[in-house]
Design a protein around this ligand. Structure first.
Ligand code: KIV
Ligand code: ZN
Length: 536
């Protein structure tokens, strides 16, 4: 049986696999804020990025290693393909962290070998020990993943895992890269590895999985029953395509159903000891932070963190819950940190109150950013009686934590109505403050604004999504607009909130354009789609 840490280790890959999802790209300041919050959440490992991808990715992993990894904090990990150049870049980027890990991988399924790597099984059997050995010469803690393991020949997997452990890997990760497996199949695969790999008790067995068939969490829980002791997951389940296994669902399943899972850890069913090290009360805050900063909206009916997850709309349920909560509720909302904090701040609130609340929400702002946030707070407080946490998050996430913006929105004005052709006048300023103004007609006011902005920015792009929702209730609520643009095959999102939805739309569009022009993603390397030129 694989090495057993006595509980499940939570390996968060929001900043690596999550950030690989289209439109979710984050800047350095945003990645740092999320990493700090993940540390507060109590994850065991933060996979901070893929350092070889670009200078920006390298710098972000390095900053997280410097600032977030502590002696009592999480291990900071970087991803590297099975190539010396990748592994070296990874080792350099994670160097400042007291506890660090190199995570290297290569595909093992015949379909990947033939069509992606164009290598034989024999080639891979040679590359794996060479690369794990090399990684071990640079770091004590090395994880090895067999990409597309769920579609690999199990006999070949056993051989690969055996050589990876002999070369020094202390964590072996089994990914369901394409979200293809089913719970019983995945459980059997983990069981087979535990039984057939002779040196498996020298490594922790980990799982990683995508949600293409909506089975990722169920697959992981079956893996846990069969001895998997590290789960690789993301906040809100964000990630490539249908996403990754959702951290909050896994943690809460193991928390709420502890009596069921305890025996698989050789514990008495009633043992109260938690099965993960996660502080569940930080879950809601972390979910919101990730959603706000990535622009990946959480579906209302999403388990644990969706807006309706704890809402009891139907009369029968409300009556039952009032008589006894247990009739229809299996999780107390307070366990995941969902407190009723609607009325938090108002017009008379001072700067320190705003800062304290932002810090509680996971936003640790620099002096300049706090100044900017406070100005925006005051401006909003003049227009809106009560400022909720949601309002504060909306103010900060898109308008404050941004690097030097190429485009600044200086003016937006629209005329529209039943008797008018929608017309927008827009003024954009560049980095040197030079202003340009133009007028455009559209099918509606937002279309007119976007046309005018595009004419001024001159950056080719296609608008692929536009959505508006109200941040809180009430007629004076902020309208939150999310925009997604496509350019050169990449997706960029921008969002913004204002009591005027046309202004919010214009600002969201400008934010998305700014992300597009400053993106590190254009021209950067994708760890799974781009094949290494030379392993050695
Ligand atoms: O899905 C996958 O296989 C991965 C690996 C790189 C671990 O993300
Ligand atoms: Zn993945």
């Amino acid at each position: 049986m694989a090495k057993d840490p006595g509980r499940v280790l939570i390996f968060d890959t929001t900043l690596r696999d999550g950030e690989q999802s289209p439109g979710a790209s984050l800047n350095l300041e945003e990645k740092l804020a999320i990493a700090h919050q993940l540390a507060r959440l109590g994850v065991d490992v933060i996979e901070a990025g893929f350092p070889f991808a670009s200078q920006g990715d390298f710098a972000a992993v390095q900053k997280i290693a410097e600032q977030v990894g502590g002696d009592d904090g999480p291990i900071i990990c970087g991803l590297a393909r099975a190539s010396k150049a990748d592994i070296k870049a990874c080792s350099d980027a994670i160097a400042p962290a007291p506890k660090k890990r190199i995570h290297t991988f290569i595909a093992t399924s015949d379909i990947h070998l033939e069509h992606k790597l164009r290598k034989s099984r024999k080639d891979v059997l040679q590359i794996v020990p060479d690369m794990v050995n090399y990684a071990r010469s640079l770091a004590e803690d090395v994880e090895f993943s067999c990409e597309d393991a769920a579609r690999s020949d199990p006999e070949f997997l056993y051989e690969i895992i055996n050589v990876a452990i002999s070369a020094g890997a202390s964590t072996i990760n089994i990914p369901d890269t394409v979200g293809y497996t089913t719970p019983s199949e995945f459980g059997d695969l983990i069981k087979g590895i535990n039984e057939k790999v002779p040196n498996i008790n020298d490594a922790v067995l980990s799982v990683h999985g995508h949600n293409d068939l909506g089975l990722a969490v169920a697959n992981f829980l079956e893996a846990v029953k069969n001895g998997a002791r590290q789960l690789e997951c993301t906040i809100n389940g964000i990630g490539e395509r249908a996403g990754n296994a959702a951290l909050e669902e896994l943690v809460m399943a193991l928390h709420v159903r502890r009596r069921f899972y305890n025996p698989f850890f050789n514990r008495h069913p009633n043992s109260p000891t938690p099965l993960t090290g996660v502080r569940t009360e930080e879950i809601t805050k972390t979910s919101r932070l990730v959603s706000n900063l990535t622009g990946m909206v959480v579906q209302p009916n999403k388990a644990i963190v969706g807006a309706n997850a704890f809402a009891h709309e139907s009369g029968i349920h409300q009556d039952g819950v009032l008589k006894n909560r247990l009739t229809y509720e299996i999780v107390d909302a307070r366990t995941v940190g969902l407190l009723d904090n609607k009325i938090s701040l108002g017009k008379l609130s001072g700067r320190s109150a705003v800062r304290a609340r932002l810090e509680e929400l996971g936003y640790d702002l620099s002096r300049e950013d706090l100044n900017e946030a406070f100005l925006r707070f005051k401006d909003l407080a003049d227009r809106k009686r009560e400022i909720t946490d949601r309002d504060l998050e909306a103010i900060v996430s898109e308008q404050v934590m941004q690097p030097e913006a190429r485009f600044q929105l200086h003016l937006v004005q629209v005329s529209c109505g039943t008797a008018l052709k929608p017309t927008a006048t827009v003024t954009l300023a560049d980095q040197d403050g030079r202003e340009q103004t133009t007028v455009a007609l559209g099918t509606g006011p937002v279309d007119a604004v976007c046309k005018a902005l595009n004419a001024l920015a001159g950056v080719p792009n296609e608008l692929i999504e536009f959505s508006v929702k109200s941040v809180t209730e009430g007629i004076d609520a902020l309208g939150e607009v999310t925009i997604r643009l496509r350019s050169d095959g990449q997706i960029f999102s921008g969002h913004s909130a204002d009591t005027d939805v046309v202004v919010a739309a214009a600002q969201a569009y400008v934010n998305a354009l700014n992300r597009l022009v400053s993106s590190e993603k254009l021209g950067s390397i994708h760890p799974q789609r781009d094949v290494v030129k030379a392993n050695l």
